[in-house]
Design a protein around this ligand. Structure first.
Ligand SMILES: [Zn+2]
Length: 102
């Protein structure tokens, strides 16, 4: 799996089913969000010494490679996909695109 750089104009694809997704589009009635973006990354556990107690070792997760995950609305409707997103990524790093107000 290859990832394009930020300057890439290649179409976005759903990270789960692989279908091409488009940005927020206008419909007759309102806005339509076609996908949700999740900005996270691969982490690895790293042992560090606790600042308060040098003899005590803490395991922390270090970000080693940023990853952008895109989930189309079809996959987002699947409970299994949502649980996978929550399992793979820490909740505090998860963010969904916001639907424009108005
Ligand atoms: Zn999908």
């Amino acid at each position: 799996m290859s990832a394009g750089g930020p300057a890439s104009r290649a179409p976005l694809r759903c990270s789960h089913c692989g279908r091409e997704v488009s940005g927020t589009t206008h419909t007759r009635a309102d806005y339509h969000v076609d996908y949700y973006a999740l900005h996270t990354g691969e982490v690895e556990p790293v042992a560090v010494h606790a600042p308060d107690d040098p003899e005590h070792t803490l395991i922390v997760l270090r970000l080693i490679r940023p990853i952008d995950v895109y989930t189309c609305v079809d996959c987002f409707a699947e409970p299994a996909v949502r649980s996978e997103r929550e399992r793979r990524f820490r909740p505090e790093l998860a963010s969904a695109t916001e639907a424009p107000a108005g």
